[in-house]
Design a protein around this ligand. Structure first.
Ligand SMILES: C[S@@+](CC[C@H](N)C(=O)[O-])C[C@H]1O[C@@H](n2cnc3c(N)ncnc32)[C@H](O)[C@@H]1O
Length: 383
């Protein structure tokens, strides 16, 4: 949808002095004109295609519950930072389960936030209505403050705040910490600026010592960046049978899988995105870095079982063994690299055990770089 129609609507609404009832009626009338732009997702909630698909077709709100509300143990939290807040669905469910929660939402496009002011909930979610009105109140208040909306319909709740603009800029100005952070961007190809290791650090800098960071993402680059500054784990998302990611500053109980740890630590897929002047440059830069590191200092990602050192050196896979040997790996060295994943030391060189996925990733990569004579930082992995 072209969001300039939202801007035009408010330009026109702002020319009128409306009573509360009139505001309600005008906005309803406008929503009926634009409603065909919305997608009805599996649970009846509305979504939109803007730059990319905003929510899962399984159900925009259903997905929020599984990916964010439940794993965050939201009822125990005090302050939520909702990055990429869109229509405010994430914040909405959080507020329902914890009405005392303080919420800061960050959204780049005010028009996207403003859409929430028109959005109805389906009947099956009528229990969320009062809470959605509070989110809408915060949106309306902020847009009023910015001079973008004149007529007010909702009440403002000072516990809920919207910040409009680039997440990077907003985070740079924030000094406070949060005990829960939700990160809900589009995929890296659409918003690469939100995937850089520098931006990841900026988000984690806002996390309280005992706080929890959650994202529906599980891609290697984001997990790699997170593993440099926090302990990462997986979140099972039952609806579409994929994984999300959890990150904490204290020890995380649910590790990611051994295979994922190896791919992040030892292959070019674990190379993070880095800041650059434009989104395209961020994507290009990572591609160039992958090309440079591939086969030279890191294993290539072209073969899925490339990190199955056991099959190569103790099993039947002679092709893989040849390939790994060409790269410079021997049976002995492969055991040294994988040792951080073993319960007990098998290489005779460890001085401790590595309890978290993040620790294992960093140590395995360090050992590979040692072998390849790559004398650079392991984390944050600066060339
Ligand atoms: C997948 S949607 C999030 C949906 C949202 N959590 C909800 O509950 O409706 C991604 C959102 O990120 C916003 N966004 C994209 N790039 C951004 C940036 N650089 N800074 C802040 N927000 C951004 C988009 O406008 C979009 O609303």
């Amino acid at each position: 949808m072209d969001i300039s129609i939202i801007r035009k609507y408010f330009e026109s609404e702002n020319k009128k002095n409306l009573t509360s009832r009139e505001v309600f009626n005008e906005r309803n009338k406008f929503f009926l004109q634009i409603k065909d732009n919305f997608i009805i997702t599996g649970d009846g909630t509305l979504s939109l295609k803007f730059e990319d698909t905003m929510h899962s077709y399984v159900g925009a709100l259903k997905e929020r519950l599984e990916a964010y509300t439940k794993p965050s143990k939201i009822s125990e939290r005090k302050k939520l930072l909702d990055i990429c807040s869109g229509f405010g669905y994430n914040a909405l469910y959080a507020l329902y389960y914890n009405p005392n929660l303080e919420i800061d939402m960050i959204e780049k496009f005010w028009e996207i936030s403003a859409i929430s002011l028109f959005l109805p909930l389906p009947d099956n979610y009528s229990f969320l209505e009062d809470y959605f009105n509070k989110i809408k109140g915060a949106v309306e208040y902020k847009l009023h403050e910015l001079g973008l909306i004149k007529n007010l319909y909702y009440n403002n709740d000072s516990n809920i705040r919207l910040h409009v603009g680039e997440a990077d800029e907003i985070l740079s100005k924030m000094g406070n910490k949060f005990d829960v952070i939700f990160f809900d961007p589009y995929k890296a190809e659409v918003s690469p600026e939100l995937f850089t290791i520098e931006f990841v650090k900026k988000m984690l800098d806002r996390l309280d010592e005992k706080g929890i960071f959650l994202t529906y993402l599980s891609n290697y680059a984001i997990r790699s960046a997170l593993s440099c500054y926090s302990n990462i784990g997986k979140v099972n998302l039952p609806l579409n049978k994929v994984e999300g990611t959890i990150a904490t500053l204290i020890q995380e109980e649910s590790s990611i899988g051994q295979y994922e740890e190896r791919i992040i630590a030892l292959t070019e897929l674990g190379i993070p995105y880095r800041n650059a002047s434009t989104p395209k440059e961020i994507l290009d830069k990572r591609n160039e870095e992958r090309k440079f590191m591939r086969n030279r200092y890191l294993l290539p990602s072209s073969k899925r079982n490339i990190v199955d050192f056991e099959s190569a050196f103790n099993g039947e896979d002679t092709n893989l063994r040849n390939r790994l040997e060409e790269f410079g790996l021997t049976k002995e060295y492969s055991e040294y690299i994988l040792c951080p994943q073993k319960e007990q030391c098998i290489c005779g060189k460890c001085t401790k055990r590595f309890k978290t996925s993040s620790e294992r990733i960093i140590e395995m990569r360090k050992r590979l770089f040692e072998l390849k004579g790559f004398n650079h930082e392991v984390c944050p992995y600066i060339l």
